[in-house]
Design a protein around this ligand. Structure first.
Ligand code: ARG
Length: 460
């Protein structure tokens, strides 16, 4: 027998391998709820413009709701012969309600149908991801506030640079996520238009009301051009670009967690429930969760490239290539949600080890810049001050003493501008407190930044 959806033109059945090769039902059945939502809006619109009767519309809607229940109860018989989620649902509808089921596809094609489904799906996922981002951001603000005074070495080149506060460091992560969320919501705005009515590519000869179906589905408007509507997947690419950047940020944060939990740093501990052990080395407690987040950034980058490559050579309008949009997009969504969840759960539970952080900041001559700035305030030119402090540090290394541990006489060997008051700037607390301006690391600034960020989150 030939295919029941397009059998008319065909004289033999599809090859069994070709059927399996071209089918997408195994993965696109994930779209069932949005497919049904789109079909209900389409049928409602068709009845409004008189293409369907109100009775036909009601029959269709009841049938679609039955199908949704069947799918959710796990009793729906998915069939690979019916290729994709759209034809599986439509065939079942006709089984359930008879000839009226065959009228649902009037004035529509699977091309505008799938373009609609995937936008509806992604819009829902974006809303969940945005909420999870906010949960993580809130956790970071709480942690930043708790640790506003906690001092650790700040690094450049992973070499101790200047002391910073742990709260300030957490706020750096927060800022990255704020930009990520902005990108995510931009993507939502652009995808939130209804392609329904574009039909296969050119529109349809029925007197459809595209604005109505757009409104019923919560889209901001109907798309402008039918060819573009069914063919472009730029919104999915844009989502993956957001996802790649987010994963890049989470990966960087993960790398820091991995470094900080090592015995050599010992800056923080992850609670046992976020770690795993070794099957051979009894002492091990491994930071698997951040390591996996770091690793998973790779697959998300891969999905972005997959979708860009999928799109780049397609002539207008719809091509079957686009069926390949789903698996990368779904996996990007799943990965981002899992990684955000891991981080949002983990961040409030981080345990900071204050004394190793402080000791590390002391070891690295982190107040050298403060000594140079002190000399400048005493009238020494900055380049000369740099040289003087460099020689003081070399002397400290020789003596195995931090700058603040050198005696006044020892320091004065390098400049007669140094007085007793130098010891105020050579403390780590003095160093961070001095950076008291917008965006600076001073505890006072961290608290103000947390307050501004909280206000911003409540306004979202
Ligand atoms: N499963 C298809 C996809 O995901 C649905 C659209 C098929 N359209 C077509 N003309 N073959 O893109």
């Amino acid at each position: 027998a030939t295919n029941q959806q397009w059998g008319g033109r065909f004289s033999e059945a599809t090859d069994a391998f070709v059927q399996r090769f071209t089918a997408s039902v195994d993965f696109d059945q994930r779209l069932y709820a949005h497919d049904i939502q789109g079909s209900i809006a389409h049928a409602t619109m068709l009845a409004k413009v008189g293409v369907l009767t109100d009775e036909e519309r009601d029959q269709i809607i009841t049938g679609l709701e039955t199908i949704r229940d069947e799918i959710e109860q796990g009793i729906f018989a998915w069939s690979v012969e019916l290729e994709d989620v759209h034809m599986n649902i439509e065939a079942r509808l006709t089984q359930l309600i008879g000839i009226t089921g065959k009228k649902l596809h009037t004035g529509r094609s699977r091309n505008d149908q799938v373009a609609t489904d995937i936008r509806l799906y992604l819009r829902d996922e974006i809303d969940q991801i945005a909420a999870e981002l906010t949960r993580l951001q809130t956790g970071l603000l709480d942690l930043a506030e708790r640790e506003a005074d906690t001092i650790l070495p700040g690094f450049t080149h992973l070499q101790t640079a200047q002391p910073v506060t742990f709260g300030h460091h957490m706020l750096a992560w927060f800022e990255m996520l704020t930009r990520d969320k902005g990108r995510l919501l931009d993507c939502r705005t652009r995808l939130n238009q209804s392609p329904l009515g574009a039909a296969a590519l050119a529109g349809t000869s029925y007197p459809i009301d595209r604005a109505l179906s757009a409104e019923l589905l919560g889209f901001s408007k109907a798309t402008e051009n039918s060819l573009d509507s069914v063919s472009d997947r730029d919104f999915a690419i844009e989502f993956c670009a957001f996802a790649s950047l987010l994963m890049t940020h989470l990966s960087r944060a993960s790398e820091e967690l991995v470094i900080w939990t090592s015995a050599q740093f010992d800056f923080i501990q992850l609670p046992d429930r976020f770690c795993t052990g070794s099957s051979i080395m009894p002492q091990k407690k491994n930071p698997d969760v951040p390591e996996l987040v770091r690793g998973k950034s790779g697959r998300v980058n891969g999905h972005l490239i997959a979708l860009l490559t999928l799109m780049k050579s397609q002539p207008l309008a719809y091509n079957k290539d686009n069926q390949e949009d789903k698996e990368p997009l779904f996996d990007a969504v799943d990965t981002v949600k899992d990684c955000l969840r891991a981080f949002a759960d983990m961040v409030p539970a981080l345990i900071t080890n204050k004394s190793p952080m402080l000791a590390a900041a002391k070891r690295g001559y982190a107040t050298a810049t403060d000594l140079a700035d002190y000399l400048v305030r005493k009238g020494v030119a900055f380049r000369d001050a740099h040289e003087i402090v460099g020689r003081s540090v070399a002397f400290g290394i020789e003596q195995n003493k931090d700058l603040g541990e050198l005696s006044l006489a020892e320091l004065q060997q390098f400049s007669d501008q140094i007085d007793q008051d130098v010891f105020e700037v050579l403390t780590l607390e003095g160093s961070v407190a001095a950076r008291d301006h917008l965006g600076g690391t001073a505890p006072n600034q961290v608290r103000q930044a947390v307050a501004r960020a909280r206000t911003m989150l409540t306004k979202e």
